[in-house]
Ligand binder design. Structure first.
Ligand code: ADP
Ligand code: MG
Length: 137
């Protein structure tokens, strides 16, 4: 059993597809063990994506992630980290495999519908960035 962090990004929240994206997780054996909708401020978005702070797209990424509400979730299941990444598809929706969340709901590499932790270690850090232990059931 693993846990991983998922974020439904502002583009997908604006498109009103929160339920459709959550259905992908639930239909594929992942359980929502924590969930909240919130508006990230620039400091939090920058801290969350600190690993990318030297990249040319960092400012656009912070602009985008603070442009509207996001839904932050903890997903639990067997191989949750890898399974979530498979369900998400490639970072660039044009390269994402048909049937993946990004192929179906994302427009561009900036507005790409979802975030998912890329390793078990990062998942642990990202989960504790957003949730207290008592909020995960
Ligand atoms: P992923 O979200 O698939 O783990 P990364 O961790 O590499 O991808 O990048 C984090 C986020 O930064 C991406 O989801 C995307 O929103 C944005 N991003 C990544 N690469 C680019 C790029 N070349 N141009 C614009 N935005 C990018
Ligand atoms: Mg990443």
């Amino acid at each position: 059993m693993e846990r991983t962090l998922s974020i439904i990004k502002p583009d997908a929240v604006k498109k009103n597809v929160i339920g459709k994206i959550i259905d992908r997780f639930e239909s594929n054996g992942l359980k929502i063990v924590a969930i909240k909708k919130l508006l990230l401020d620039r400091a939090s978005a920058g801290e969350f994506y600190a690993i990318h702070k030297e990249r040319p797209f960092f400012k656009d990424l912070v602009d985008f992630m603070t442009s509207g509400a996001v839904v932050v979730m903890v997903l639990e299941g067997e191989n949750a980290v890898k399974k979530n990444r498979e369900l998400m598809g490639d970072t660039d929706p044009k390269k994402a495999q048909a049937g993946t969340i990004r192929a179906d709901f994302a427009e561009s590499i900036d507005a790409n519908a979802v975030h998912g932790s890329d390793s078990l270690e990062n998942a642990k850090n990202e989960i504790s960035f957003f949730f207290a232990q008592t909020e995960i059931k």
